[in-house]
Design a protein around this ligand. Structure first.
Ligand SMILES: [Zn+2]
Length: 450
């Protein structure tokens, strides 16, 4: 049962805000709430129809694809199955970097610029148009409502980066207040901070908690250890995203908050790819997103086999994401979910991982706190941070064209500010940043046990 305030926010304030932003989010969400109950076949037919229209559109209006289709003889109007996508090249971060402007539609609407490290640690600049924002917000909104909560319900968000927090303007703060969302910065997890978080959560009695699984499970574990209760607040669901969710994290969060944990998978770059339903399946946003699983050589793998997740986002005509390589590893399932939704299921997502690091004084902080130091430096093409001990951290840096000698000092100073002055920061300039033995790239690795 949503209370009056929630209904007011969900039905009036949020739609109004979206309308002001020219986002037809409510309409799209309603359509998606209908199509989620369609049969798998009917959803696949809708997806194919949308794929064909999308490819035809970008073939006419996006310079990069216009030239590609012309030079390869690809005819989007002849597309008969999603397998026809295999005639097209993958979109990688390198391709986006080399074609930043040619990927814009001639008639693109409301493009907003984004800058992300993605999961590889390679900075990526790309654009998101109005249609795509509408669809990603609608997909997230739909998945939120699967859990008997709604936008406007009191929510604690365990999130934030120094940068995001620094640029938060007044409007954003007012919006958060109105939406009853409170942000707890997840970067510095000292005991005092965690205790303050727990006190704030107790005070606020949120209906939902949203954030990194590593951060929320850390808070839950601390509460349990100290005998601080979080199970009597009426929290209905804990949404986690951005990292791999480990079983032990799910268990401690669920036990301490006395509610289910719902995993979401996606990103600014790849879109809102999949979200858990109450029956435990990760449902793909199939109306908008075609998922392919590929092997190391780029061949598409059948259902049940593990490989890299590649997405084509059908609401990205202003700045297309076609066969975008996420760098994440997953498995597509054939199983029909008992919840009755016909949306296809991603049975496993592996290989997303952002570890905590531990400062010299014992402060536990999110690995992203270090990542933002590196991401801020334009001369850094790629990097990997390895915390060897609490007193030694190695940083592998692949210098880009804009790299300056003083950037090394900048990295040392930035990391020391977070980890402690006594810590040795060993910056190693390398031609290529080494990947893990698994082949998966991780940008922060801590060898110090939390
Ligand atoms: Zn389901």
């Amino acid at each position: 049962m949503s209370d009056l305030y929630t209904r007011f926010i969900a039905n009036l304030v949020f739609p109004l805000q979206e309308r002001v932003k020219k986002h037809d989010t409510v309409r799209v969400r309603r359509q998606m709430e209908e199509s989620q109950w369609w049969s798998a076949e009917r959803i696949a037919a809708l997806q194919l129809e949308r794929l064909k229209a999308f490819l035809t559109d970008i073939g006419a209006n996006v310079p990069y694809y216009r030239e590609l289709f012309a030079s390869t003889g690809f005819d989007p109007r002849a597309v008969k199955s999603t397998a026809d996508l295999q005639a097209l090249p993958f979109l990688t971060k390198a391709v986006i970097k080399d074609n930043t402007d040619a990927l814009r539609a001639d008639d693109a609407k409301g493009l907003a610029r984004f800058n992300t490290g993605g999961s590889s640690g390679v900075p990526l600049i790309f654009f998101i148009g109005t249609e795509r924002v509408t669809h990603d917000v609608a997909a997230k909104w739909r998945a939120t409502r699967w859990w008997d909560v709604d936008i406007g319900d009191p929510e604690v968000v365990v999130w934030g980066s120094p940068i995001e927090l620094g640029t938060q303007d007044r409007m954003r703060l007012i919006r958060d207040k109105l939406m009853r969302t409170e942000l707890l910065p997840a970067f510095e997890m000292s005991d005092e901070r965690v205790e303050a978080f727990i006190a704030r959560i107790r005070d606020m009695r949120p209906k939902m908690v949203f954030g990194y699984p590593s951060a929320i499970s850390h808070i839950a574990g601390y509460a349990e250890k100290k005998g601080l209760r979080l199970d009597d607040l009426g929290v209905k669901v804990v949404f986690v995203t951005s990292e791999r969710l480990y079983d032990h994290q799910r268990e401690v969060i669920s036990r301490v908050f006395a509610c289910p944990v719902a995993n979401g998978y996606g990103g600014r770059d790849a879109g809102f790819i999949a979200h858990a339903c109450p029956s435990g399946s990760m449902h793909i946003t199939a109306e908008d997103i075609v998922v392919e699983i590929i092997d190391g050589a780029g061949n598409v793998l059948p259902h049940g086999q593990s490989g890299e997740i590649v997405v084509t986002h059908l609401a990205t005509r202003d700045y297309p994401f076609v066969r975008y390589r996420t760098g994440d590893v997953g498995v597509l399932s054939d199983h029909a979910c008992p919840c009755g939704r016909g949306l296809p299921v991603l049975s496993e997502i592996q290989g997303r991982s952002t570890d905590f690091v531990i400062a010299a004084d014992g402060t536990v902080m999110h690995g992203l706190a270090l990542i933002y130091v590196l991401r801020d430096i334009p001369g850094v093409a790629s990097f990997k941070i390895v915390q060897e001990t609490t007193l030694l951290t190695t940083v592998f840096v692949e210098p880009g064209k804009l790299f300056k000698a003083e950037d090394v000092t900048r990295i040392e100073d930035g990391l020391k500010r977070r980890l402690g002055d006594a810590v040795t920061i060993d910056v190693k300039l390398v031609d290529v940043v080494p990947a893990e033995a698994s082949g998966k790239f991780r940008y922060v690795i801590s060898r110090v046990a939390a």
